[in-house]
Design a protein around this ligand. Structure first.
Ligand code: ATP
Ligand code: MG
Length: 440
């Protein structure tokens, strides 16, 4: 049955040839976030559906069309997380983390699920790296978040490929004035809008800026912009943010068309965009969401966060001609072949001792002939190989072959001698080399 060997639409396997890139990117993101004071939080893949309805907002595409919602056997309505903020905030509130020192800074890696039309850079299961900072209202916190995102992208050597765009969507008060003006403008052009946008017009006209339909985009292009409607406080906040960014030499452009996909944003919104990967160019989206914590039943708490799409970042990195920023996994240091059952057991013993001091070693697990074992060692790309036979055991000496040039080295047959040989030949900076193993 084909269904048994075909992954669900919109999902992607990460195979061994690629997985090291994921692992390195994830490690780098978490470690860099830690330099900015963020600590990891983990939370469930599914939550009560109501959490997302409330926090993501029921006029959004995510809630209206994209959620994986199901009833469990206990009759609860649950939803696979379409994004990370809601679950992270729920966990923060449930565990009283806002009673600790503020601002609270958390980071996470989350696989997310959205029922979308799969295409390049748009999957049904995708991965986000996200951060949230709770308790800080000052523009300095917006600037620090953006600086973190910029640093992560710079570390991937994407300084030039990925540009920062910022906007302010004001607070509920000034936004209300703007929405009125926008409604008036869009009503005059409603004939040209797609059906979804016609509905959006009444519920949340700013959603039209998110529409991917070309005609809607043209109409949106000539619409009044939010920046003309910001109240003094929101305007000051936005100005102040720009001063901070300039002070830390972070380039940006103001794009009044950024409203972000989710309902909960206030004031600062931002995106990091690449033109290298076509329509799905937004690799990071974030913003301030000062009303959300309260909406979820917590104390009034200003907050800001962002999320990066890991698949899209890897797509950009793959397209690049430059040398990969990720180090390929280390090859096998030594393949220890054997001539029979007894010597195989002895070579596996040796392997165990060498692995204990951090060396990557393999022995035969398929009962292959010596010739076939050597072929295998070659395919593995092993740096060194040797064959352990009765004679080597009797003489307590083994010949180790350097695979790149065939040079032979004679080494005493002890794990200590072999590990020293391997570490010294390659001058590996690994403090463990002298710990050695048991000499026999
Ligand atoms: P888009 O406008 O491209 O649909 P979005 O506004 O829905 O993006 P967010 O909810 O802000 O996206 O999610 C943050 C980031 O997660 C995006 O910038 C993107 O990099 C990534 N992302 C979102 N949806 C997907 C998806 N379906 N597949 C892959 N990555 C995604
Ligand atoms: Mg989307």
């Amino acid at each position: 049955m084909a269904i048994l060997t075909k992954a669900p639409r919109g999902t992607q396997d990460v195979l061994p040839a690629q997985s090291y890139k994921w692992r390195e990117m994830e490690r780098m993101f978490m470690e860099t976030a830690q330099l900015f004071g963020f600590r990891e939080i983990r939370f469930p893949v599914f939550e009560h559906t109501e959490l997302f309805n409330r926090s993501v907002g029921d006029t959004t595409d995510v809630v209206q069309k994209e959620m994986y919602t199901f009833e469990d056997k206990g009759g609860r309505s649950l939803t696979l997380r379409p994004e990370g903020t809601a679950g992270a905030l729920r966990a923060v509130l449930e565990n009283g983390l806002l009673n600790e020192i503020l601002p609270l800074k958390v980071s996470y890696l989350a696989n997310c699920f959205r029922y979308e039309k799969p295409q390049a850079g748009r999957l049904r299961e995708f991965h986000q790296f996200g951060v949230e900072m709770l308790g800080a209202a000052d523009p300095a916190s917006d600037a620090q978040m953006i600086a973190l995102a910029r640093t992560l992208l710079d570390n991937l050597q994407l300084r030039r490929q990925v540009q920062l765009e910022i906007n302010s969507i004001g607070c509920p008060e000034c936004r209300a004035h703007y929405q009125q003006a926008l409604h008036k403008y869009l009503s005059a052009h409603s004939d040209g809008l797609c059906d979804t946008c016609k509905q959006r017009l009444e519920k949340n006209p700013m959603r039209i800026f998110d529409c991917k339909n070309l005609e809607c985009a043209t109409i949106a292009g000539n619409a009044p912009t939010i920046l003309e409607y910001l109240c003094k406080d929101c305007d000051d906040h936005f100005e102040e943010l720009q001063k901070h960014l300039k002070a830390t030499k972070i380039n940006f452009c103001v794009n009044p068309k950024i409203v972000r996909g989710l309902d909960y944003y206030t004031r600062t919104v931002f995106e990091f965009v690449s033109s290298d990967i076509g329509a799905q160019g937004t690799v990071c989206g974030g913003g301030r969401y000062d009303g959300l914590v309260e909406l979820l039943g917590g104390p009034p708490t200003p907050a800001i966060g962002f999320a990066m799409g890991l698949e899209r970042l890897l797509m950009i990195l793959e397209k690049r001609k430059r040398k990969s920023v990720f180090q390929a996994p280390k090859p096998c240091n030594l393949y220890i072949g054997s001539t029979g059952k007894l010597t195989q057991r002895r070579s596996e013993q040796l392997c165990m001792a060498l692995r204990a001091v951090g060396l990557q070693v393999e022995s035969d697990t398929m009962g292959r002939s010596v010739k076939a074992q050597m072929k295998y060692a070659n395919k593995l790309g092993a740096q060194f190989s040797c064959i352990l036979g009765e004679e080597e055991i009797a003489k307590k000496l083994i010949e180790v072959r350097r695979m790149e040039d065939g040079k032979i080295f004679e080494v005493p047959l002890t794990d200590l001698a072999i590990s020293r040989f391997l570490y010294c030949t390659h001058n590996w900076e690994d403090g463990r080399q002298d710990r050695g193993g048991d000499e026999d």
